[in-house]
Design a protein around this ligand. Sequence first.
Ligand code: SF4
Length: 379
Amino acid sequence: MKAPVDDRLDALRGSAKRLDYSARSLAALENNPRCTLRALLDASGSDKAAIAAHAGHPSPFGQSAFALARGNVFETMVKDNGCAELLRLLRETLQLTLPEVGYEDLNDIGGDGRAEVRHDRTKQVLLQAARGNGGGTLFDHPMLCLPVGGHKAFLEPDLVAFRIGGRFHVVEIKSFPIIDGQADPTQVRAATTQACAYIIALRNLLARVGIDKQAVSDTIVLVAPKDFTNRPTAAFVDARKQVAALSRQLARIERIGDLVDLLPEGLTFDLGLDKDKRARRPAEELAEALDQVPATYRPDCLNHCEMAFYCRSRARADSSLDVLGPAVREQFGGIDTTTMVLGLAQGRLTPTQDQVEMAAALRHAARLRAELNVLGGAE
Ligand code: SF4
């Protein structure tokens, strides 16, 4: 029987088909854990890209065809000939001892590529390997499954490598470059957080048969092009903190009912799709519904959430300090808007007891700025 919270989530989504969690949407939970709007949109399986577009702020997401093609070529090259290049990297670059190497592709099970079938086969071979019965070392395209908020989320890592120090390691193959041993921290973080979803799903699979979570390492192997070439290199990335943070967020989804209880009666993000799947709901009405749910916009939402342009516009319209990022936001604890900051700095607003110290600092900063302007003008 359906729980009332599921009925409420279905009503939030409305007429659209449910979208299940993916590794990317799970990873995004860890990026902005305080955002109620995102938590509700994801838990209800709503199509964030379609909602943002209908509200007048289409999503900036989606790689260019060129970037996708380049990524596919790179991944194919790393995995060619039973992952020959990957094995070279594991042995030479990461100094791992891999004497016997097997390879199994779990992409297509006897011509059946359905997620459930692939997951069953993945479970079978990974459990065999974990118990020491399987001969496989590298499992390509395993299909993992994680129950999230009462729904199954199928997750597909690029590859899982086994028997590196007797433990499973998740390998992430990415097409952004590692230059002189350094990669773009934002991209590394995004890749690592995604890998955390795989680590948690793999641990979950093993835990169901009583195998300890230590059988899955929380260090991932990142494979990416070296310098400005198309030649791969590899690095270990410690994902312990992100695994812990994402685990906390997954536990929060299980308590989604607490957030649902706070929503106004009858609230829905339904687009009112017609038989041709065109949204018929007035955009202003949809925006009004979205505005009733708290969103904690941060500039890095632009990297991971389809609602980012919508939420940025809402934060700007509210003169919210959120648009300046968490570092600035934290400095101004207790002050929410740029209007209030300017009012206190210029002495137009009377500070509350909590704001007295901050107001004095702001007035001091405003005086210094004015003096610098005068000096600059005198030169
Ligand atoms: S873009 Fe909006 S909905 Fe998405 S995480 Fe940021 S604040 Fe939340």
